[in-house]
Design a protein around this ligand. Structure first.
Ligand SMILES: [Zn+2]
Length: 188
């Protein structure tokens, strides 16, 4: 009676092993290709923001080689029927075109334009830093379209979250702000 039980246990272990053997590369592929990315559109040579269909990557990676297809592009829906040649850029260097990495690398090592605090690598759980234009107006970096960020980075200054909150308050409630340098008497 014990032989069938042993055989079924062995079969169960083999099935689990085979599942993990396929599941691990599928999960790795998902982690590699999830998230928004910036690519240079082969047709227009302009920067566009795209998302790879991560669930399709998982299902195809489970059974063999991951197949990359887009599920979103800033040129869609007008150009939804394009050949998706930009996927070659993602396949060649998936980390370097990830928006999060591009933003993090831009901030890292720079200092806040207002308080001069130095930025480290961005962390997902931290408040997002901001960008400041020539009129001292600050906006969280996530408030811009991803495809515009490379241009924005060349004309805006980095600002930390604390200074962004302060500047926003100053802009929205100027009547409540005390300007010590000008000797203003107005305060809360
Ligand atoms: Zn600051």
């Amino acid at each position: 009676m014990t032989t069938p039980i042993l055989l079924s246990s062995a079969a169960f272990i083999i099935i689990i092993g085979l599942f993990l053997f396929r599941a691990i590369p599928a999960i790795q592929a998902y982690c590699t290709y999830r998230g928004r990315r910036l690519v240079r559109c082969p047709e227009t040579q302009q920067t566009e923001a795209v998302n790879v269909a991560a669930r399709k990557v998982v299902s195809t990676a489970f059974w063999g080689n991951p197949m990359l297809r887009l599920e979103q592009c800033s040129r869609w829906p007008e150009r939804q029927a394009c050949g998706q040649e930009c996927l070659q850029q993602i396949e060649a260097d998936p980390d370097n075109c990830l928006v999060w990495n591009i933003v993090s690398q831009w901030y890292e090592g720079q200092s806040c334009a207002l308080c001069h605090k130095r930025f480290g690598r961005l962390k997902h759980l931290d408040h997002s830093p901001a960008l400041m234009d020539a009129d001292r107006r600050t906006t969280e970096w996530k408030g811009f379209r991803a495809k515009d960020l490379p241009k924005i980075f060349s004309t805006y200054s980095p600002v930390c979250w604390d200074c962004h909150v302060t500047e926003t308050f100053r802009r929205e409630h100027p009547e409540l702000v005390v300007n010590r340098h000008r000797g203003s008497q107005r305060h809360v």
